[in-house]
Every structure is written in structure tokens, then in C-alpha cells.
Design a protein around this ligand. Structure first.
Ligand code: DNO
Length: 343
């Protein structure tokens, strides 16, 4: 296992020089954040970004993410153009010697929360999700201030997309994912890059949109779509762990060698489709982190791992889920756990 840390580029309130001081963190997880989905990544742009990381004494270990254009997920006639652009970016990633690309196949919305700063009893705040609150969100004004969502759509663009997705049920989305993977996996293979799909977060349909990467059966189906080591998974304990029916260690044991990246985060499930994020150690949440890490160890995981979202603690202000302090505690906890399992 190699401990890594996400960095959102020069605009990130957490500077690389602080990340460098987190014990054991050598690798950075990052992306060319400002490029719109579909825009191919250039060598020049990647080198500029990599230089900043190297100058801080760190290494760019994982690209998270190269966004997949909605036309690909919708299976629209011009999807090949966006898939080609995605392939060109993957080739650049390979040429830079970065071994893993994390991506997702969630329609319109990436990770979604209904509350960005839920106060916890200890005075910290955490990201939270409540399906009832989600149903009360009015999308007729666009994505506006929907918590957690990075790309912004105005009312008209969002309405058009939501209408287009009415034709896409889960099986169609699987077909469109297979079409995408059949084209990108061979390119990743030749570029020396392993693709790692991120599970849907939360792992159930939201706003009436299909979500398919939600459980163990889905992960097994995914790796079977194109049977290549380059077609793998980001094992995100927080996303998958929000559904109590998911047995995370069992999932790891089934798809083990195809896990190329681990996102470790705890969530406390507080009701039906309702949870908030919690400190990383097992006792604070619904994820048995020790059992997950043991399964990763037993299946020979030697890839990058990162602490996922943290709470906001010690008065830190910044990007929700991505402050320095609680993630740093997570990184150290995860390394301690791993070390203990080595014994
Ligand atoms: C949230 C992240 C996700 C992830 C994408 C990968 O904090 O884990 O936004 O980067 O889903 O494509």
C-alpha cells in the first residue's frame, strides 16, 4: 500500500508543502481540475501540474478524475468523439508515468450530499446525506448550490439533461458503460495505465437517475465487461459503506486483484438512506476499516490508498470534506492499521 493524498491544484487551500508534512504521504492524487469534460489533456498542461508536485518533494501517483462526458453515458451519436478525447488523455497520463486513472460513470451528479456542515457532538462538522432532504431539493433552478456537486448547470441545461436521461434505464447505462470500456481499456493497456471506476456515491438512484456501481454484484459485473487488469475499481469504503447491505470485506476478497486504488472513509448510517461522514477509525462509523484493510492485505493490495473526506476540525475553513487536519489524522490511522496487520 502507498499512502496518497488528494490535492486540487494551485487553487487548493491546502498547500502541497503541508501535505508533504503528513507522515508517510509520498503520493498525490490530482487532476487538471479546470478542464471541461471532454477536453483532451495536453502534455504541456500535465507537465506544469506535475512540476508543482515534484517541486514539493511528492509524486503524482493517481489521476482523479478524467470526467466522462454526459454524451458517453447517454450513448448519444457523437459519443465516439468524446471517447477519443478521453483516450488521448489516458495516453498522456501513461506517457507521464502515472499508473492509475480514477473515473466515474454517474449520470449528471458526482458525489452528492444534502448537508455540507452537519454539526457533530464534538463540535466538528461533517458532510451528510438524507434521502428525504434530497427529495426536497428543487432542481428547476439548476444545480445552484447543491452540496458536493462540482460542475454547475443552469436550469435550462440541467432540464435538458434530466429529460435525456428519461430514456436511460439501468440496463442502457450498463450498455453505454460497456461500449465505453471496450474502447478505452485497450488504450489504457497499451499506455500502461490501470482504470479504476469510482462507485456511485451514494450507492442508489438519486433524482430519478439510474446509478449502477452500487454493490458487490455490480463490481463483479463491471470487471467482467472487459476482462483485462486495466479494467479495475477504486474501492471507496464510504460510498459502498453507506448501504448496510454491502459486505465490504467480502467484496474486496471477490474482486481483489482488480482493485487499483483505495478510498478509505467512514460513514455512520443513521437511518434508511441517511448517513453522515465520521472519523476514519472503525469505532466511529459503520465501516469496519480493520476488516476492509485486512481483506486488502490478504488479497495482495499494493496500490495507492488515500484518506477520503474528513470532517472540519480545529476551526479549519476550506473545501468541504477536503480539509487538511482530519484527512491527515486519517492517513496516519490507516498506516497504523496497516502496520498492525503486517505483524
Ligand atoms: C469525492 C470523490 C469523487 C471522485 C469521483 C471520481 O470526494 O471521491 O468526486 O473523485 O467520483 O470520478
Amino acid at each position: 500500500m502507498r499512502m496518497t493524498f488528494r490535492w486540487f491544484g494551485p487553487g487548493d487551500p491546502v498547500p502541497l508543502r503541508y501535505i508533504r508534512q503528513v507522515p508517510g504521504v509520498e503520493g498525490i492524487v490530482s487532476a487538471l481540475q479546470d478542464l471541461p469534460p471532454g477536453e483532451p489533456w495536453t502534455r504541456e498542461g500535465m507537465e506544469r501540474h506535475a512540476d508543482l508536485i515534484t517541486a514539493a518533494g511528492l509524486r503524482w501517483d493517481v489521476v482523479e478524475s478524467i470526467p466522462v462526458h454526459e454524451d458517453v453515458k447517454l450513448g448519444r451519436p457523437d459519443r465516439n468523439r468524446w471517447i477519443d478525447a478521453w483516450c488521448r488523455s489516458v495516453e498522456q497520463v501513461g506517457a507521464m508515468g502515472i499508473p492509475v486513472v480514477c473515473y466515474n460513470f454517474m449520470p449528471i451528479f458526482d458525489w452528492t450530499r444534502t448537508e455540507l456542515a452537519l454539526p457533530l457532538p464534538d463540535g466538528s462538522t461533517a458532510l451528510a446525506y438524507d434521502d428525504d432532504a434530497l427529495r426536497r431539493i428543487d432542481l428547476s433552478r439548476g444545480t445552484g448550490d447543491l452540496p458536493g456537486w462540482a460542475a454547475a448547470y443552469d436550469a435550462q441545461a440541467l432540464g435538458a439533461l434530466l429529460t435525456a436521461y428519461q430514456q436511460i434505464d439501468e440496463e442502457r447505462l450498463w450498455e453505454n458503460l460497456a461500449y465505453f470500456l471496450e474502447r478505452v481499456v485497450p488504450v489504457a493497456e497499451s499506455a500502461g495505465v490501470r482504470l479504476a471506476i469510482h462507485p456511485d456515491d451514494p450507492p442508489w438512484p438519486i433524482f430519478g437517475l439510474p446509478r449502477i456501481i452500487t454493490d458487490g454484484a455490480a463490481l463483479e459485473r463491471l470487471v467482467g465487461l472487459v476482462d483485462s487488469p486495466a479494467n479495475g475499481v477504486t474501492f471507496c469504503t464510504g460510498s459502498l459503506g453507506a448501504d448496510p447491505a454491502n459486505d465490504l470485506p467480502a467484496m474486496v476478497r471477490r474482486i481483489g486483484p482488480r482493485i487499483h486504488f483505495a478510498h478509505c472513509r467512514n460513514v455512520l448510517v443513521t437511518g434508511e438512506r441517511r448517513f453522515h461522514e465520521a472519523p476514519h477509525p472503525s469505532r466511529f462509523g459503520s465501516v469496519d476499516m480493520r476488516a476492509v484493510l485486512r481483506a486488502l492485505r490478504d488479497t495482495g493490495f499494493d496500490g495507492p490508498m488515500r484518506p477520503d473526506h474528513g470532517r472540519m476540525i480545529w476551526g479549519e475553513q476550506g473545501r468541504p470534506g477536503y480539509g487538511l487536519y482530519d484527512r491527515a489524522l486519517g492517513a496516519v490511522y490507516l498506516q497504523g492499521l496497516w502496520e498492525g496487520l503486517e505483524g
